[in-house]
Design a protein around this ligand. Sequence first.
Ligand code: ADP
Length: 283
Amino acid sequence: EGVGRTENPWEVDRGCLQEEVGEALGEGQFGKVYKAYWNTSILVAVKAMKHDCMKRTEFLREGETMRRLRHPRLVKLYGVVSKPESEPLLLLTELLPGGSLLHHLQALNNKGTPHSHGVLARMGAQVASGMAYLESEKVIHRDLAARNILVADNLSVKIADFGLARFIKDDFYLRRSNIKFPVKWTSPESLVHNIYTSKSDVWSFGILMYELFTHGGSPYSGLSNKEARLSIQDGELNRCPPDCPPNLYSMMLDCWRANPTDRPSFSIILPAITSIADSFITQ
Ligand code: ADP
């Protein structure tokens, strides 16, 4: 107690969590996600990180900055359970019943009821709003993609897993030859020089827009990661998705400028995409 105490202020007691049996929300590449009650009252999403994939000490030391980030377009991180050390690290986050945006887009499209361009642009604007906040806080997401956006309800989305990528062990994820590495979302300077900035997040945002306007389609469709890497390094870009409005494709192309400094920042993208989204609503 007191002097010299190094307890994390965001540590949650394992005993305060009651797993909702049979309520798995999903299985990600780093572990499984399930529903639980926290202190018998608050329903939360619990992400159990696979035992050996986290840089645990670094995460516990620096990860608290992630908890301080608060914005309506970011999935809230409530706390962690890191004890005992022999057990998987648990991340407690806000629960979003709609699951991942990627799955949501594909499911609606398969039902023959895809979102209108107006709704898709609105979702893009919401993501841009959360990213503009992260940019202003000098936080780089590093893994922005539709699979890491969660759906609150049909018309509202939030960004998950911001900043988490840098705490994943290299051999799990960041090693650029790894099959799990998100090549198709990664900017050329990140692929070639391992340089990550808010402008490399902007590149990924362009790919996310492509996922939106293809209703959950795959970027560089038909290419393996190895082939996609070569295409990206050669400056080949995704073509305009069928029926995608030209002003939105032109925004994607701005995000995919080879030179990061030529790409717009999120503070520029946000008002631009918001006004495009508004133009659909008033049409
Ligand atoms: P990973 O990053 O390890 O690949 P994810 O965080 O993407 O794992 O989680 C896997 C799946 O679990 C997601 O696709 C989503 O369907 C579900 N999920 C994750 N977090 C939440 C949450 N906060 N609320 C609801 N569902 C979630």
